[in-house]
Design a protein around this ligand. Structure first.
Ligand SMILES: [Ca+2]
Ligand SMILES: [Ca+2]
Ligand SMILES: [Ca+2]
Ligand SMILES: [Ca+2]
Length: 530
């Protein structure tokens, strides 16, 4: 949608209706999506859905009544069909026909989040406890890129007017100013400011990983006594968003409405690699892995741009996903950080496969003159870093898979994080290449024995090159075979194969034979059809 401004000055007149309120004007109107579409106040049971763009950008809905109470705060939501909206809500508490653009008549200010097709403004309407119960006019204003005014005259947007009936303050008011802190991977503490009512029994709290407010009949998750202004939450799920509400229990028969919510996200769980931890990047970047940018190995990362991406390891076209970074642009400083590990039991090592190819190709590439990729470790959760390995122009990886292995004898931190740091330096080099990482593992060094026995089960394929039949050893260990061409296209799948794979119908060329083993592992063989 094209935005433009009209320079016309709109003159506002007083209308000869029963009310004397100004009619807000949005000269660029709301037909492009700068509208109040649905307006809801769930805890007041008010819902005005799918109103679209009003004629003249003003919706006179004073025949609709919203019932609110003095001393209560209400969460509201407005949906739009264009981004960057600003919403303000006023109530003419002194019934003088004018909305003051300041408290107490300005009861809500909020801005939208989300893209055009999912643009929503979430905010809170606070009704002061001092408001005299009665019937008042409410105005909801919405404007693109600027805060609307009660008697708006410029821009894109829409306003709705409603009738609001304010009831007396309840005898038991909710606590205020909820906040959360001390967040770990499985716990948090929620705090609040005491209710202004006399709280005889205590407070109840409710938490959920879904942002749906509880109702009066929703069972509380827990409770604390009247003198407590915080509650510990435990047994939470790592790396999860939580929403919390609290209400006052003034007496056994008198509970407040639920408060406005607070939210937090639990930390990622620290992994104890008792059984080997592996990230094969089949999901990128992997659960609780993080990207970052900027800075260096002394300062740590300084920004949150994401330069690493995923694709076939060494661009082999075999569907084996990996993490990779393209070093070509001299501003690139990219971090890929692992999930945190607790290595305090000792006896671990870290391993991964790596390699370098030309950008979007399988051929080898040099690294630029001042380019560097480093493998880092932090024993304080990612605050300070030590370099374990450096690759650069003098030490560039090949375009075949190489396995890196480092014995973590001296690293036994309870919050150890690893990172891949890639920098293109300041020199603009002609090299345009990708650095790949796959099969990142943290494992006990005592697994070595079983690995050796596993290695004995390596499948051999012969003859290679082959003409019609490719024979595989130990076919009884293989569940299925998939054959891909060099472009990564799957050309054949063989379930429960015998030792002779009949591939006479393939054209000449290089193929990737993936053996899906019955134990869940995979082996890959390159074979050439003559
Ligand atoms: Ca509307
Ligand atoms: Ca007023
Ligand atoms: Ca992989
Ligand atoms: Ca460079």
């Amino acid at each position: 949608m094209k935005k433009f401004l009209l320079a016309n000055l709109i003159t506002i007149g007083t209308f000869a209706f029963a009310q004397t309120y100004c009619t807000p004007v949005f000269p660029n109107d709301c037909s492009g999506g700068d509208m109040i579409d649905s307006f809801t106040i769930p805890s007041a049971g008010f819902s005005h859905l799918d109103t679209g763009c009003s004629q003249g950008s003003y919706g006179d809905y004073i025949n609709q009544t919203i019932n609110l109470n003095a001393g209560v705060s209400y969460a509201f939501s407005v949906t739009h069909e264009y981004s960057d909206q600003y919403v303000r809500i006023w109530i003419d508490f002194d019934n003088n026909g004018t909305f003051d653009d300041a408290a107490p008549e300005l009861v809500a200010t909020a801005a939208s989040i989300g893209p055009d097709d999912n643009s929503v403004t979430n905010g809170n309407i606070a009704i002061p406890a001092t408001v005299t119960p009665g019937t008042y006019r409410m105005r909801v204003g919405d404007r693109f890129n600027n805060e609307p005014e009660p008697c708006n005259i410029l821009g894109y947007g829409e306003a709705h007017d409603y009738t609001v009936v304010i009831g007396a303050a309840p005898s038991c008011l909710a606590p205020g100013n909820l906040s959360s802190g001390t967040v770990t991977s499985n716990s948090a503490v929620v705090s609040w400011v005491a209710s202004t009512s006399t709280v005889g029994v205590g407070y109840e709290y409710y938490y959920s990983s879904t942002n749906t407010a509880p109702t009066a009949t929703t069972a509380a998750s827990g409770s604390v006594g009247a003198s407590a202004l915080s509650a510990p939450l435990s047994a939470l799920t790592p790396a999860t968003d939580y929403y919390v509400w609290v209400r006052s229990v003034c007496s056994a028969s008198d509970k407040s409405a639920w408060s406005l919510s607070t939210s937090f996200t639990t930390e990622c769980a620290v992994i104890v690699p008792t059984t080997a931890y592996i990230n094969d990047f089949s999901t990128f970047p992997g659960n609780c892995w993080e990207q970052a940018s900027g800075g260096d190995t002394t300062t740590g990362s300084t920004d949150t741009d994401e330069w690493w991406y995923d694709g076939d390891f060494l661009n082999a076209g075999d569907g084996n996903n990996s993490a990779k970074i393209n070093l070509y642009y001299n501003e690139t400083i990219a971090w890929l950080k692992t999930v945190p590990f607790n290595l305090s039991a000792g006896g671990y090592r870290v391993k991964f496969d790596y390699g370098v190819t030309e950008y979007s190709d399988t051929t080898a590439s040099a690294m630029g003159s001042d380019d560097v990729v480093q493998f880092l470790v932090s024993n304080d959760g990612g605050t300070t870093w030590a370099v374990l390995q450096t690759w650069n122009a003098a030490n560039a990886p090949s375009n075949t898979s190489t396995t890196y292995s480092y014995d973590l004898t001296t690293y036994t931190g309870a919050n150890t994080v690893f990172a891949f740091y890639a920098s293109d330096g300041t020199v603009i080099d002609s090299e345009d290449y990708e650095f790949f990482v796959d099969n990142f593992k943290v494992e006990s060094t005592t697994l070595a024995t079983s690995e050796v026995s596993k290695a004995k089960e390596e499948i051999k394929a012969y003859p290679n090159p082959f003409t019609d039949v490719l024979n595989i050893s130990k076919a009884d260990l293989v569940k299925s075979v998939s054959v891909s061409d060099v472009s990564g296209r799957l050309v054949k799948t063989i379930e429960t194969p015998s030792s002779a794979l009949h591939l006479g119908d393939l054209k000449q060329g290089l193929y990737f034979i993936t053996l899906n083993m019955k134990d869940g592992s995979r082996q890959m063989i390159k074979a050439i059809k003559k």
